[in-house]
Design a protein around this ligand. Structure first.
Ligand SMILES: NC(=O)c1ccc[n+]([C@@H]2O[C@H](COP(=O)([O-])OP(=O)(O)OC[C@H]3O[C@@H](n4cnc5c(N)ncnc54)[C@H](OP(=O)(O)O)[C@@H]3O)[C@@H](O)[C@H]2O)c1
Length: 232
């Protein structure tokens, strides 16, 4: 049963492991590295992927749809979002407000934000781009959306092959809707990463800061992956 159907029925059903496994329609807005990494993996888990592209007829977008399989398709960003229960905004961080504005009504939808706002200084190190977080900007623009910050603290190569890192990779997840967080935790765990729900969306700025440290680690020649080892 789809997320919307559950909500319409007004049941108390939560998006449990079984919920995620049933297969939702996931709109991935953007067709770059993150979309290429996650789209096929989500499809493998039984979800139907619709890519939202500024040019859905482009050859590379058609190739992405073909390699994704599982009934995947491509449409304009607004069309993709309209037909999906879950929307991932895999777009450049500074394009995000315009992209969100173009998506229409996101009320009730789970909106996953993997974007990484940052400025880069003369020393090559990243820093905060603004006083808030991109995830909170989405939430302000779309108050009815169920915004979840996730999947921003690692490289796309790690998404594709988490085991190549030699150990578990943690994915901090924050958002104000516990059911939406639970869905994203399930989605992330299913592709071999280790999601951890760290609470409300007001902490998205910290999760975006984790990217800044991670990226600076790369620049400084001290690359790492996050692993939040459970305490005893
Ligand atoms: N790359 C990584 O390893 C990684 C990992 C974690 C998080 N992230 C974050 O996730 C987001 C997506 O990353 P990405 O590496 O997939 O980015 P990317 O390769 O640059 O792709 C972004 C996609 O967004 C779409 N888009 C929409 N508006 C755009 C605009 N104004 N300018 C350019 N593209 C636009 C484009 O698809 P269409 O042309 O089809 O519209 C484009 O392919 C970023 O915010 C990034 O910080 C990236």
């Amino acid at each position: 049963m789809k997320i919307f159907a559950r909500l319409v029925l007004g049941t108390l059903l939560t998006l449990t492991a079984a919920g995620a496994a049933l297969g939702e329609t996931i709109a991935i807005i953007g067709t770059g590295q993150v979309a290429n990494a996650l789209g096929p993996m989500f499809a493998e888990q039984g979800h139907t992927i619709v890519y939202g592209s500024r040019d859905p007829s482009r050859a590379d977008v058609r190739d992405l749809v073909a390699k994704t399989g599982g009934g995947a398709s491509a449409a304009t960003p607004a069309e993709a979002a309209a037909g999906a229960e879950v929307v991932m905004v895999a777009v450049p961080w500074d394009a995000l407000p315009d992209v969100v504005r173009s998506l229409g009504d996101l009320s009730g939808k789970i909106v996953i934000d993997p974007t990484n706002p940052r400025i880069v200084g003369d020393d090559g190190l990243r820093d905060w781009a603004h006083d808030t977080s991109n995830a909170q900007i989405i939430q302000e623009m779309a108050p009815g959306a169920r915004v979840v910050k996730a999947l921003n603290t690692m490289n796309w190569r790690t998404m594709v092959d988490p085991h190549a890192t030699g150990g578990p990779v943690s994915v901090p997840v924050v958002g104000d809707d516990p059911e939406a967080n639970a869905f994203v935790v399930e989605l992330v765990d299913a592709i071999g990463l280790e999601a951890i729900d760290l609470g409300p969306l007001r902490y998205a700025r910290m999760v975006e800061g984790m990217y800044i440290l991670w990226g600076n680690g790369n620049t400084l020649g001290r690359s790492f992956n996050y692993y939040l080892r459970p305490a005893q």
